[in-house]
Design a protein around this ligand. Structure first.
Ligand code: FNR
Length: 389
């Protein structure tokens, strides 16, 4: 169907779920253990309701957002999503291209498969890089040098992945990273011809299983990607001391991703991080967490006024984004929505997902009675169903 038939991110998700084989669908859509963190991230928005204002001049609306000398078209960006090549051939490159065309920040995943230099070339200063770091400076320093050479302006260190999570759903579906095609997947692929053609024929059969191109340990001694010696092996030794050493060695902006406790937000400030991303990794790491949206106000309070606080997890509507902005977020990142777009229609689908958010933001700003998302405060929000008579 033509893209204009997909009227919402939910429409794209429904179509994407149909187009992906079960194990890939599980990888993209799934959470961990009982899926509580994932569900909470999605449901939190409905616990807050707007109290809009009327009769205010809203003809000068703009979603433009300035951060660290860059202007972005919206207070939104693409969160890092590893192994996106399993959704669409060269998905990292398509994401970078759309982000550039639409003037959004794009965080290259540490588990991406297109060399970051290639993505960055196409994408002048809008590519940030997310690292899964081992607690071992000998492995970190060569990566920092590589990022500097590629003129990556922002390093995002993910702090919620000190060990791999309990992804029961992927074990059941026999989805493994590194990826090994199975007979079950091949059979399932027959029922998903678009995916099979793009990812199986044009990628796996012609070029082999996509390999990680941007991992931190590449410059160190040869190791495999499998625990206990692989890129996960030394992650459980990453600590605040490493952050200090990274801060001393890295001239660009430093962002910590996966901050949920206000005390960690305070420590991030104290250790020289330039921003935090409030996140539960899309419900893909620790299960049974509160939603990032619920964690946001406490974290906003814990850091100095004006300190950049970003958030991700479960954002599917422009109104979701505006609720986080009203609670003091500076940027909102999405992970799955653009992958749904990619699964449905490649690069055009990714761009469509962005357009949906953009249109919803513009409409909802007007209906709330403001011209810019940054004007919103908690004053426009109430807890849904919390009557006081
Ligand atoms: C992720 N996420 C993630 N985060 C990260 O720091 N590095 C990574 O490589 C990945 N990989 C990854 C793959 C896939 C398929 C998904 C869906 C997510 C988490 C991601 O950056 C972000 O925190 C969440 O995706 C946000 O939640 P939503 O928008 O997907 O609900």
């Amino acid at each position: 169907a033509a893209l204009h038939h997909y009227l919402s991110i939910a429409d794209l998700e429904r179509a994407a779920r149909k187009r992906l084989p079960a194990c890939v669908r599980g990888y993209v859509c799934g959470g961990t253990e009982d899926g509580v963190s994932l569900q909470q991230s999605l449901q939190a928005f409905s616990r807050l309701g707007f109290v809009p204002r009327g009769l205010r001049h809203v003809a000068q609306r703009s979603t433009a957002t300035t951060l660290w000398g860059q202007t972005y078209a919206m207070p939104m960006g693409f969160a890092p999503t590893g192994f996106a090549a399993i959704v669409m051939k060269d998905c990292d490159a398509a994401l970078a291209k759309v982000a550039q065309a639409q003037a959004l920040p794009f965080i290259i995943s540490g588990a991406s498969t297109v060399p970051l230099e290639q993505l960055q070339n196409a994408h002048d200063q809008r590519c940030w890089y997310q690292a899964y770091l081992p607690g071992n400076m000998a492995r970190i320093l060569p990566l920092l040098q590589r990022l500097e050479r590629a003129q990556i302006p922002v390093l995002v260190v993910t702090i919620d992945t000190c060990v791999g999570a309990n992804r029961e759903n992927l074990q059941r579906l026999r989805f493994t990273v590194p990826f090994r095609p199975s007979w079950t997947l091949l059979l399932d692929g027959l029922r998903h011809p678009r995916w099979s053609c793009d990812v199986f024929l044009r990628t796996v059969l012609s070029q082999g299983v996509p390999r990680f191109a941007n991992l931190a340990h590449e410059a160190g001694p040869a190791i495999t990607a499998d625990p206990p010696h692989g890129f996960r092996g030394e992650r459980d030794q990453l600590d605040w001391d490493c952050i200090d050493q990274i801060r001393a060695a890295w001239k660009g902006k430093l962002v910590l991703k996966g901050v949920m406790h206000p005390e960690d937000a305070r420590l991030a400030v104290a250790h020289g991080a330039d921003a935090v991303i409030v996140s539960t990794h899309g419900g893909r790491q620790l299960d049974a967490c509160i939603s990032p949206l619920q964690a946001l106000p406490e974290i906003r309070q814990a850091v100095p006024a004006g300190y950049p606080v970003f958030i991700d997890g479960g954002f599917r509507r422009g109104s979701d984004v505006l609720k986080a902005m009203a609670l003091g977020a500076d940027l909102v990142f999405t992970g799955r929505p653009q992958l749904f777009g990619a699964a449905v229609a490649g690069e055009a689908g990714i761009a469509h997902a962005v357009q949906l958010f953009r249109q919803e933001l513009m409409t909802n700003l007007a209906l709330l009675g403001v011209n810019r998302p940054q004007e919103l405060t908690a004053d426009c929000l109430r807890i849904q169903g919390d009557f006081s008579l």
